[in-house]
Write a protein that binds this ligand. Structure first.
Ligand SMILES: [Zn+2]
Length: 214
């Protein structure tokens, strides 16, 4: 499917195109007996983009057991209601973001873990885009699901301040992830799945842009 990016054997990014060159979407972790999601896109994203993908891989939305929301912006949480209707999933997020997201079953602190599919992710609190913004890091495969933590040229999305934002990006560099999945194709990367040297290039460019004051 052209709007689905297979990242690893059990990990996919389902894109919902919103305008030329831009998309939001859902990260899907496909476990042996369960499915985990990170973010749910807009209200129509689950039905229009997620369901056709699950059908394609022969899985049912009822297998979705857990949904993690990286932060409370509309393009990341408006699909929650639809996913709730389709499944018995529990919804989780970082503690201080629970109020903005609403109907959260599980509030997690920095360093706590959450299972999605057959993977275990650690919650990494990364303020900058929002105060309660967070990432999920899978140590075993060195994979970071970043949401909107790294915004590249979109300086207006650094809502909390340059200092916490840059500190969050330095923390990401210290994790040295092998793969980073962003929610949107932020420039200068121009795509949302980054590997190897692309990661430090994008994160360091984002730090420079944030500090430039331009
Ligand atoms: Zn977003």
């Amino acid at each position: 499917m052209e709007n689905v990016h297979k990242i690893e054997d059990d990990l996919y990014y389902v894109q919902h195109p919103t305008r030329p060159g831009w998309f939001c979407g859902i990260t899907v972790v496909v476990g042996a007996d369960s499915l985990g999601l990170v973010d749910t896109g807009y209200a129509n994203t689950p039905e229009e983009y997620l369901l056709p993908f699950l059908e394609e891989i022969g899985r049912s939305p009822q297998e979705i057991t857990t949904v993690y929301n990286t932060h409370g912006d509309g393009d990341h949480i408006e699909g929650n209601a639809a996913v709730k209707k389709l499944s018995g999933a529990q919804f989780a997020c970082y503690t201080s973001e629970a109020e903005a997201i609403r109907n959260v079953d599980l509030s997690l602190s920095d360093g706590q873990t959450i299972a999605l599919g057959d993977r275990t992710f650690t919650v990494i609190h990364c303020p900058g885009h929002r105060q309660g913004n967070s990432c999920l890091f899978d140590k075993e495969s060195s994979l970071l699901i970043a949401g909107d933590t790294i915004v590249g040229t979109r300086r207006e999305l650094i809502r909390i301040g340059t200092e916490p934002y840059v500190a969050s990006l330095r923390r990401i560099l210290n994790l040295s992830p092998a793969t980073v999945v962003m929610s949107h194709p932020f420039d200068p990367a121009g795509k949302n799945v980054l590997r190897g040297a692309e990661i430090s290039a994008m994160v360091e460019a984002s730090i420079t842009i944030a500090q430039s004051g331009a």
